[in-house]
Design a protein around this ligand. Structure first.
Ligand code: HEC
Length: 112
């Protein structure tokens, strides 16, 4: 009896596990394929992510979801330039972040 019940539950669970495993393998690829991923942009984004971790995460939180400063996901390089010039909490960074670094930060933030 016990053996039967065990066999039944394995038979019931196994297809679900297999289906979930297959979905996990198949979905990321089919979702990713319509989006073109230019490699130059990917490099810029990862550079921006490093700069963010180094200079901005302390106030804007992990993945820019907010903390002391607001959520800045989706912001652009122009927004970063404006913030550096106008936000008093960020004034110590103004002038220390180059134009190239601002472009990278903008690429990273707008990718989130
Ligand atoms: C010392 C804390 C601090 C650091 C470090 C900091 N920020 Fe900020 N930031 C703030 C605060 C506070 C605000 C909100 C100011 C306001 O709303 O008046 C803000 C606002 C912003 C905004 C504008 C958000 C909006 O909704 O308009 C952007 C963009 C931004 N920060 C980007 C950055 C980037 C990029 C860095 C790293 C180079 C950074 N910040 C580092 C505190 C910080």
């Amino acid at each position: 009896m016990t053996t039967h019940r065990l066999a039944f539950s394995v038979a019931a669970v196994l297809p679900v596990v297999v289906a979930a495993g297959l979905a996990a393998c198949v979905y990321p690829q089919s979702l990713a394929s319509p989006t073109p991923a230019p490699s130059a942009n990917t490099a810029l984004i990862s550079q921006g992510q490093q700069l963010f971790t180094q200079h901005c995460q302390v106030c804007h939180g992990t993945n820019a979801t907010g903390g002391f400063g607001p959520n800045i996901q989706g912001k652009t390089a122009t927004d970063v330039t404006t913030a550096l010039q106008t936000v008093s909490a960020m004034s110590s960074l103004n002038g220390t972040i180059s134009q190239t670094q601002i472009q990278a930060l903008g690429a990273y933030l707008s990718s989130l």
